[in-house]
Design a binder for this molecule. Structure first.
Ligand SMILES: C[S@@+](CC[C@H](N)C(=O)[O-])C[C@H]1O[C@@H](n2cnc3c(N)ncnc32)[C@H](O)[C@@H]1O
Length: 86
């Protein structure tokens, strides 16, 4: 279990969430997502849990080929994008 405390305007995590964009590299692709915490809140930023699960899927222990996947609470959709690329 992980707990990520959020305090407006404080800490590295807060700065990351307030950044206008987030860039990741998964499945040999660069994925750049726009973020907008101020206007849309929690649904418009990439959370650490999505990044961790993307990294886990990329490790290959779960075969996603020819599978149907539904991402609930997708937010910016990073996980769904990575699952599709994999
Ligand atoms: C903390 S954000 C996480 C977004 C994304 N999964 C990530 O890790 O970057 C929670 C997401 O769940 C969505 N959400 C909250 N309640 C929901 C519900 N009842 N049904 C579907 N989505 C929901 C929110 O809109 C938001 O996009």
């Amino acid at each position: 279990m992980a707990l990520v405390p959020y305090e407006e305007g404080a800490g590295w995590g807060a700065r990351q969430l307030h950044s206008p964009a987030a860039t990741y590299r998964f499945a040999s692709r660069t994925i750049r997502l726009r973020q907008d915490w101020r206007r849309l809140g929690v649904a418009a930023v990439v959370w650490d849990a999505a990044v961790v699960l993307c990294a886990y899927l990329e490790m290959g222990s779960t075969d996603l080929r020819d599978r149907s996947v539904i991402e609930l609470g997708a937010g910016t959709g990073l996980l769904g994008i990575v699952a599709t690329l994999l």
